[in-house]
Design a protein. Structure first.
Length: 241
């Protein structure tokens, strides 16, 4: 009886230690992006992947059952994405949803006569180099920041704007913006800081691209929009000084 109990205990321990079975069929996300015409970019600050095509950006994070479609968050069916062998693997349920999203925005582009010129992600995968000379400054008179830099020619660039508002609050991702470097590698744009209108907060800009391109990061402390201008209306009247 004692030997039987010992054998059962060993079997239970082995079953507990065994790795969980893979839940259904899974597909590499890079292949899905190529098949559906998405631009595939790794977002270093969020440990996530961005899939972009005309009118839509989808952000998928390994191990999470929520994903972003433009400015809204959706819950996915099936198992969450998992990272393995240098790629993210997704369930058939998420694959079906990505096909729906791709078809919807392709149809919208056709209805509005928008020309979609998304390059194949496999071509982007051959790009290598680094993002250099990153400039990041507050635009005078505006609630915006001016961004510039250099990347490999024609490379996709993802600009992620992150706000650190207080010691008591976690960092907040304010926005993401997708653009392409010019033929000489330069890129330049202005980005709204909405909704992070908080004087004294720290803004962090992360410029990232495809896996073969090293990202860059810059910081600044937000000031009042017209910090360098003395406006009489802001001064205390002599009578109350």
């Amino acid at each position: 009886m004692k030997r039987l109990a010992t054998g059962a205990a060993i079997l239970a321990a082995l079953l507990a230690a065994a790795p969980p079975a893979m839940a259904g069929h899974e597909t590499p996300l890079a292949k899905v992006a190529a098949d559906l015409g998405f631009q595939y970019s790794y977002l270093g600050p969020e440990d996530a992947v961005s899939l972009t095509k005309s009118g839509v950006t989808v952000v998928i994070r390994p191990g999470e059952s929520l994903f972003d479609v433009n400015d809204r968050t959706e819950a996915m069916d099936g198992s969450p994405p998992r990272f393995s062998r240098s790629d993210i693997y997704i369930s058939d349920a998420l694959l079906r949803r990505l096909r729906q999203i791709s078809a919807h925005y392709t149809s919208l582009a056709a209805d509005h006569q928008i020309t979609v010129t998304t390059a194949a992600p496999s071509g982007y995968g051959e790009i290598s180099g680094a993002i250099t000379g990153l400039t990041f400054a507050q635009a005078p008179g505006k609630q915006e920041v001016s961004v510039g830099g250099k990347a490999p020619a024609n490379a996709p660039v993802t600009l992620t704007l992150i706000a650190t508002l207080s010691n008591e609050l976690p960092d907040v991702v304010l926005s993401r913006h997708e653009l392409l470097a010019d033929v000489d590698g330069t890129f330049k744009t202005d980005i709204s800081i909405a909704p992070g209108y908080y004087r004294g907060g720290i803004l962090t800009l992360v410029a990232s691209s495809v896996a073969g391109v090293s990202p860059a990061k810059a910081h600044l402390v937000m000031k009042a929009p017209n910090w360098s201008v003395s406006v009489p209306n802001d001064q205390e009247p002599r009578s109350i000084r």
